[in-house]
Ligand binder design. Sequence first.
Ligand SMILES: [Zn+2]
Length: 364
Amino acid sequence: MKISDITTLLESWAPPALQEDYDNSGLQVGTPDQEVRAALIALDCTEEVVAEAVRRGCDLVIAHHPVIFRGIKSLTGRTGVERTLLAAIRHNVAIYAIHTNLDNVISGVNAEIAARLGLQDLRVLDPKPHQLRKLVVFVPHAHAEAVRSALFGAGAGRIGAYDECSYNLTGEGTFRGGEGTNAFVGTKGERHTGPETRIETVFHAPLERTVLAAMLRAHPYEEVAYDIYPLANTHPGVGSGAIGRLSEPMDEEAFLDRVKEAFGVPALKHTALRGRPVEQVAVCGGSGAFLIGRARAAGADVFVTADVKYHEFFGAEGQLVVADIGHYESEQFTMHLLQRQLRDKLPTFAAHLTETVSNPVHVR
Ligand SMILES: [Zn+2]
């Protein structure tokens, strides 16, 4: 198997275009055509993780956090990052990061946290704008079905839990072929009028190239008339954080105990309890303090996240309980999520979980 086989699969789930501007997800060490036998999945790619990969015969590390985050000017082994990279290159271990793009899909990092807390009806807390586009294409009647199927096959036409969504309007199209044309119907130099279907459908922006390629392959015309419109609608499955509900309301203290147990934390930091039951729960793996206002506005009773600073806790405004469970702790099960995804889609490929605990923070 090639590295690109694995990254293509992961990126059809969490497209790289969904990563935040400051991020650096993707292949960091190695080449896409490199052969891989086994992968080691980790939250952080450290020196210890690379050593473990070598020991366990893994030639690819798949990490949530990118090891190369800022510019590196030398590789002399001065820092942990430099030593990690040197070891990976020396032992021919590739490194791939799937970070904020996996945070920003509803089936990603936050889905795993929500599942561990028993949340249902999960939706994105802060949808990312400019994710949806509309495609309108004009097709001769007889080819409309082939073009529609090609569009759906490429991922266009999905709205919530529905797929194959389109609107079809029939009318008349005209064209006149100039010098050098070889039109599918009609006579060169004369205006042709024929029945056409206007197919409208919606697609997720990162799919644009795939969708257009499929459309052009299935369309019989030399020059295909089509329009792409940016939409102001938000994509319900793409954005930061997530919110869901418990199957039954719970006492606040009992819920915080559930959080501690589910994430194996001996203690957590939280704002004052309100004396009201918990039903709506917002989550954001890693540094989620920027979503406190969103969680409050969405009616969350508790917001489970990490890396909350002193002044940010005040943002709870007594309306919800903000619980900081630790960055590593909140994202630790991302490894299991990645392993399940690879095992489901590539059952013969060996994807192991690291045994290295990379959490730099200790609690006692
Ligand atoms: Zn993180």
